[in-house]
Design a binder for this molecule. Structure first.
Ligand code: SF4
Length: 362
């Protein structure tokens, strides 16, 4: 074990590391400035348990009903060796529906290196013209650490190229789906496209072998009939690459974390909370939908302008707290030179508000 790996194991405590998936990587790259999250995710800390231990349990995630419904839809789409799936994908890509296609399930309980090797061999060996690969084990380097991805996805080789196929249980109604859910599916799919490209590139294949067009399969309207759509994830790939490149190396981050820092959920809650406060965070309202520590960090960031989101942080640069904002808006406090612009904005907003209230009461 390297010293970094030992350090991360000590931070995690006596628990196996939580495995990453595309959702956690997508969320991680969505807040690259947060050292706290990078350290916890890099160490594979059980964040839901940690959040619960410190009294701020996470409140997001799919309901049991939604998970069951999603699993049933996925099983239905993949039934009969993926025959229906193959038809949907081929039709959406505009290629002839093959009469036969290989179906390889790369899932299993064997060791990660063995599974990775099976996936590599299956995906890089010439086989039938049309082939579907379920549960391929992929990998990506995240914050200086190798992360294994065990996607619940199918990689389809059709018409000489690979396409990532994502099966989601949110509905497409009248050709429209929830934009937030589509955006989340797009960034997660981009994680898979990138990981699949890396795997094939290591064998000398060009990245174009994996298409940037992802096939998204969802239930149509309010029934269970599947419908396929194409998602162009080129933009998401750029964002993902840039953010993965930008993320600080974990070694450098760990140098700034106190030597006795622990995030072991079985440790004393007060020690855990105090320890977490020593690792810088960058709370934003988006954390509520993507990080299990959001309620702890929101509580900690209370009263600070940064907690109100990026637009507020940018408009009020140099004004750190809500108390300062109010004092500057009322003129109770004179601005520092670097706060002049924000203070003028705040005074104008306060005047407008006062006028509006006076108008309402007139
Ligand atoms: S909730 Fe906290 S730890 Fe998680 S990304 Fe936001 S600021 Fe960082």
């Amino acid at each position: 074990m390297t010293s970094t790996a030992q350090r991360l194991a000590a931070i995690r405590g006596d628990l196996p590391p939580k495995r990453h998936n595309a959702r956690t990587i997508a969320a991680l790259t969505g807040n690259p400035g947060c050292a706290r999250r990078a350290v916890l995710d890099g160490a594979g800390v059980d964040k839901p348990r940690l959040a619960e231990a410190i009294g701020f349990p996470a409140r997001f995630g799919q309901s049991r009903f939604a998970i069951t419904r999603g699993n049933a839809f996925e099983a239905q789409v993949k039934a009969d060796g993926g025959a229906e799936l193959l038809r949907l994908v081929a039709e959406r890509l505009g290629v002839p529906v093959p009469e036969r296609a290989g179906w390889t399930d790369l899932g299993g309980a064997d060791d990660l290196p063995d599974r990775h090797e099976r996936s590599r061999r299956a995906l890089t060996t010439q086989g039938p013209e049309a082939a579907l690969f379920d549960h391929p084990l992929l990998g990506l380097d995240v914050a200086g650490q190798r992360v294994h991805l065990e996607p619940d996805l199918v990689a389809a080789r059709l018409g000489g190229r690979f396409h990532v196929v994502e099966i989601k249980s949110f509905p497409v109604v009248d050709g429209q789906a929830d934009p937030a859910k589509v955006a989340a599916a797009a960034i997660q799919s981009a994680v898979y496209v990138l990981a699949l490209r890396e795997l094939l590139a290591a064998e000398g294949h060009p990245e174009e072998l994996v298409s940037h067009d992802v096939v998204l399969i969802c239930p149509r309207d309010f029934g269970n009939r599947p419908v396929a759509s194409l998602l162009d994830v080129r933009k998401q790939l750029l964002v993902l690459r840039r953010q993965l490149d930008r993320m600080a190396k974990l070694d450098a981050l760990l140098d700034t974390v106190p030597a006795d820092f622990t995030a072991d959920p079985t440790a004393d809650p007060a020690t855990l909370a105090a320890g977490l406060r020593t690792v810088p965070a960058r709370y934003a309202p988006e954390c509520l939908a993507s990080c299990e520590l959001a309620y702890f960090c929101r509580n900690e960031a209370g009263g600070h302008t940064g907690a109100l989101g990026r637009p507020v942080r940018e408009a009020l640069g140099g004004v750190a707290t809500v108390a300062e904002v109010l004092a500057l808006a009322t003129g109770e406090r004179a601005p520092e030179p670097e706060q002049e612009e924000a203070a003028a904005l705040l005074r104008a907003a306060a005047r407008l508000r006062a006028d509006a209230l006076a108008g309402n009461s007139a």
